[in-house]
Design a protein around this ligand. Structure first.
Ligand SMILES: Nc1ncnc2c1ncn2[C@@H]1O[C@H](COP(=O)(O)OP(=O)(O)O)[C@@H](O)[C@H]1O
Ligand SMILES: [Mg+2]
Length: 410
């Protein structure tokens, strides 16, 4: 029974694959569809997370109700609350009319919150309230409204780290993940990669009237199976499409695949360059993260320096006061005990200056590296920001900000 259900499901949604992990994910989605429980779908970018919320909605008692999918990473931080929860007329400058918001609009249906890990903390608090009480409050209002919405969320963010770093509320995580579904990376699905390659090659041939679809040789199949597919199904689809259109060779073996950087056991164009199994994308992601961390550090050093500056001024004042008190020109006040010796003080200060110089020169390099990474990612993705952001592992909003910050011309 389960099998016929699953194969019918796959046909209906154009899903290809027989690996246990994929089938478990699909079966779980079916099983929980007719409950109202919140579902959190976790998995790397490009694994097919967006297929599941539709399945869940269309197999639920809500299937006749609205289905609204929102990408939390692409809505600007300034408007996200009003988009989700609506706003009253005049709630903020520019709020000429009132707005219902997605939570109101999805009443009786399903709301898919994609990239939920990108939600700002203040919005997370509002979302938690809806999940706990079934009520939400429009921006600029104090009156709670009822809504009957089933939430399905998805993320490629590593939740334990996000919680540890204070970027995601732990209580919200538990609320969202009443049911947790893990979409496996393509490299853990065995022969599914080969089947998917065939599917995409056939579809592209049909779409563009190409007389002879690509055919993988046994050797080519081995390569497709052993390659790590860091961008998962999305990457495989792109490559199969590109090859279908561009390749003169219709029998695809290791050599043809190598021209597209699909190498046996490889995981991306720059694996050899990096040399530790990390992919180019992993590397770009790390640099982006590292640069932010160092920029934070610089801010902290500056703050520390400022504090010391204030401290030094106070120390000087305190010393002058003490001198004046000693000479009898001023009465003695309760001591604030600003009495580090001048020697110690200067040393501390010098250390900070040096640290800052080092940090500053490294920041220049990091910023430059990050800038180049962003340009490369944009180029690789034909300047589609959504795709570039996804590849860099940052939200579209963050990418947009960085493009502006670095003055990158597109
Ligand atoms: N098992 C699958 N069979 C067929 N197509 C798939 C499968 N998994 C993913 N896809 C396709 O791969 C692309 C990326 O999937 P998507 O759901 O957008 O990934 P994610 O949201 O996890 O980043 C989409 O075009 C999707 O239709
Ligand atoms: Mg997605």
């Amino acid at each position: 029974m389960k099998e016929t259900n699953l194969s019918a499901l796959k046909t209906r949604y154009g899903i290809v694959g027989f690996s246990d992990k994929l089938e478990t994910a699909l079966a779980t989605a079916l099983q929980v569809s007719n409950t109202d429980l919140s579902v959190l779908i976790q998995g790397e970018s490009g694994v097919g997370k967006e297929i599941l919320p539709r399945i869940i909605h269309e197999h639920s008692r809500r299937s006749r109700g609205p289905y609204i999918a929102i990408n939390c990473g692409s809505i600007p931080e300034g408007t996200i609350d009003s988009e989700l929860f609506g706003h009253e007329k005049g709630a903020f400058t520019g709020a000429v009319g009132e707005r219902e918001g997605y939570f109101g609009a999805a009443d009786g249906g399903t709301l898919f919150l994609d990239e939920v890990g990108e939600l700002p903390l203040s919005t997370q608090a509002r979302l938690l309230r809806v999940l706990e009480t079934g009520e939400y409050i429009r921006v600029g209002s104090s009156e709670p409204r009822k809504t009957d919405v089933r939430i399905v969320a998805a993320t490629n963010v590593h939740m334990p780290s996000a919680i540890r770093d204070g970027r995601f509320r732990e209580d919200l995580f538990y609320r969202l993940s009443t049911i947790s579904i893990k979409m496996p990376p393509l490299r853990e699905r065995g022969r599914d990669a080969v089947l998917l390659f065939k599917k995409f090659a056939l579809e592209t041939a049909e779409k563009y009237n190409i007389p002879q679809p690509l055919h993988l040789t046994p050797e080519g199949e081995e390569v497709v199976k052993s390659y790590q597919w860091p961008g998962n199904v999305r990457q495989l689809k792109n490559i199969a499409e590109q090859m279908s259109i561009l390749s003169q060779e219709r029998e695809v073996g290791a050599e043809t695949l190598a021209k597209y950087d699909v190498l046996p056991g490889g995981g991306g164009t720059n694996v050899a360059l990096i040399g530790d199994g990390r992919t180019h994308r992993d590397y770009d992601k790390e640099i982006t993260w590292l640069a932010s961390a160092v920029l934070e550090l610089r801010k902290e050093v500056n703050e520390l320096k400022e504090m010391l500056n204030i401290h030094e001024n106070k120390t000087t004042t305190a010393r002058l006061l003490t001198e004046k008190q000693a000479t009898g020109t001023l009465p003695t006040a309760p001591s604030h005990d600003f009495t580090p010796t001048e020697q110690v003080h200067t040393d501390t200060f010098d250390d900070i200056e040096t640290a800052e110089e080092i940090v500053d020169s490294d920041i220049l390099n990091l910023e430059e590296m990050e800038r180049r990474n962003i340009i490369r990612a944009l180029e690789r993705n034909n300047h589609r920001r959504g795709k570039a952001a996804e590849e860099l592992g940052i939200s579209e909003r963050t990418l947009y900000r960085k493009i502006k910050e670095y003055g990158i011309e597109e």
